[in-house]
Design a protein around this ligand. Structure first.
Ligand SMILES: [Zn+2]
Length: 190
């Protein structure tokens, strides 16, 4: 403002000082610290620092919001990764389980078929036994003890009976006789 305006304000405010700012324009500094005539007309130094603080806080808030957004994006990506991994694992487990079930079912059906075969053969055997019994009477299973004689070449004389038939082990025969006992089962009609 010009000199006239500045002096009128200064007159109305006891203790005020008239001066020029850096642009050469007149300003009035009041005794409470306020400066009139600058761009910040009417604002106190306190207002100014408060505004700066507010701007700083707003900047910090924006920065924090950006960090939070970034973290939220990262958390979402991590969650997506975990979900994908779990889903893949689950699918693999499910498919393995299905294979085991299939294998078990196959083994079960093979076992059932074998059981049926055995039962069919047992039924045939029963029929055979019944027919036989009716035709020839009861059959009893007995264990028979048998002695089997076997002869082998004499190890001492090599089978030639020794000098002038003098081998003591085989008495000059060239053969060694042995007897083995065996057991076998036979069916006997009563
Ligand atoms: Zn001999």
């Amino acid at each position: 403002m010009d000199f006239r305006e500045a002096s009128e304000i200064a007159k109305k405010n006891p203790g005020a000082v008239m001066t020029r700012d850096s642009t050469g324009s007149f300003i009035v500094r009041l005794d409470d610290g306020r400066v009139i005539g600058t761009e910040n007309d009417g604002r106190t130094a306190h207002d100014e620092s408060f505004r700066e603080e507010l701007t700083g806080l707003r900047d910090q808030l924006i920065e924090k919001n950006l960090i939070i957004e970034k973290l939220e994006t990262e958390i979402k990506a991590l969650r997506d990764n975990i979900e994908a991994a779990i889903s893949t694992r689950l699918d693999s487990e499910k498919s393995e389980l299905a294979n085991i079930r299939k294998e078990l079912s196959l083994q079960r059906s093979v076992f059932d078929k074998k059981t049926n075969d055995v039962q069919a053969r047992l039924q045939k055997l029963d029929l055979l036994e019944k027919t036989y019994r009716e035709r020839f009477g009861e059959v009893e299973i007995k264990t028979v003890k048998e002695s089997v004689e076997s002869r082998s070449v004499c190890q001492r004389c090599g089978g030639d009976g020794g000098v002038r038939g003098g081998c003591q082990k085989c008495d000059g025969s060239g053969w060694v006789l042995s007897t083995e006992t065996t057991f076998r089962e036979v069916g006997e009609i009563k």
